[in-house]
Write a protein that binds this ligand. Structure first.
Ligand code: ADP
Ligand code: MG
Length: 290
């Protein structure tokens, strides 16, 4: 079942449009000495431009760390990260801040909304800081698609969790970034709101040529992507093109079976942490956990 490395390394795609981002030998360690955790273990990955890539893997496998490093939100311990033609691992903090602001949208697991600002102010905050005027037609489209028109004057505390997530989604999309990273954007949403967010991201790719990278536990969410990358123990262990909810679920079950038999090779090696936290043996992937 495992992909022969000699034929094709998972995560390394040749795309006619090139890569919106890529990493080589990307390594991220937390802590030092005996307590070091190797969150990313020399990852090589290409994020195809104008495509929708999903990232899956057990809790603790390095999904969020990969997103943060690719988006320039976290420093790396080794290796290179590129956004387009720019190696961001070489940039000074100020240059990196500008690149992030101008070219990247990020949806966090937690919403990270400013409590004292209303929804609209939260949505436009990154552009306000940058001194840029939003494209009003685009902003209206984002707000209406995400069903936020009637909530723009509300502060986060006056919004439901789902509404707050949609505000965070709108904030990431408002400046029309070429590259959108979303860490479990539907984890806290009911299925209808979740589907709206997924449809919007899909649409951003198909209609506007944006690039989306999304972490999810949910095979139905992953099915909206063009490609699924499977992470295990800080490495990309497999990939799947043209995913459906059924094929993704089957693949996750195979990984679980391998781990259960102690064969390794799946997203988590035997004895790796995240075991009890990973996709359940019943095949139902709980959403929004880590
Ligand atoms: P995932 O998003 O797949 O659940 P993470 O990228 O959050 O995984 O974490 C990968 C590994 O790195 C885990 O073992 C986690 O405990 C560890 N880790 C993540 N962030 C930190 C941190 N700030 N300090 C120490 N260890 C961390
Ligand atoms: Mg995570």
């Amino acid at each position: 079942m495992s992909t022969p490395a000699a034929q094709h390394a998972p995560g390394l795609a040749s795309s006619e449009n090139g890569t919106a981002a890529h990493a080589r030998a990307l390594t991220k360690a937390y802590g030092s000495g005996e307590t070091t955790v190797l969150a990313l273990d020399s990852v090589d990955v290409d994020i195809a431009r104008g495509r929708f890539t999903a990232v899956m893997g057990p809790s603790g496998s390095g999904k969020s760390t990969l997103m943060h490093c690719l988006a320039g939100l976290d420093t790396v311990s080794g290796g290179e990260v590129w956004i387009g033609d720019t190696e961001i691992t070489r940039l000074k903090e100020r240059e990196l801040t500008r690149l992030r602001r101008d070219r990247i949208g990020f949806m966090f697991q937690s919403f990270n909304l400013i409590p004292t600002l209303n929804a609209l102010e939260n949505i436009t905050l990154p552009m306000d800081i940058a001194g840029r005027k939003p494209d009003q037609a685009w902003l209206d489209q984002v707000i209406d698609t995400l069903g936020l028109r009637g909530r723009l004057r509300h502060r986060p505390a006056q919004l439901s969790g789902g509404q707050q997530q949609r505000v965070a989604c709108a904030r990431a999309l408002a400046s029309r970034p070429e590259l959108i990273f979303a860490d479990e954007p539907t984890g806290n949403l009911d299925s209808r709101s979740g589907l709206e967010v997924l449809d919007f991201l899909r649409n951003a790719v198909d209609e506007l040529g944006q690039t989306v990278v999304m972490v999810t536990h949910d095979p139905r969410a992953a099915a909206h992507a063009d490609l699924v990358l499977f992470l295990g123990d800080g490495r990309i262990v497999d990939e799947m093109g043209r995913p459906t909810a059924e094929t993704v679920l089957e693949r996750l079950k195979q990984f679980d079976a391998h781990r259960g038999r102690g064969e390794g090779g799946g997203p988590a090696e035997p004895g790796a942490d995240g075991g009890p936290d990973s996709t359940g043996a019943d095949g139902v992937a709980p959403v929004g956990r880590d």
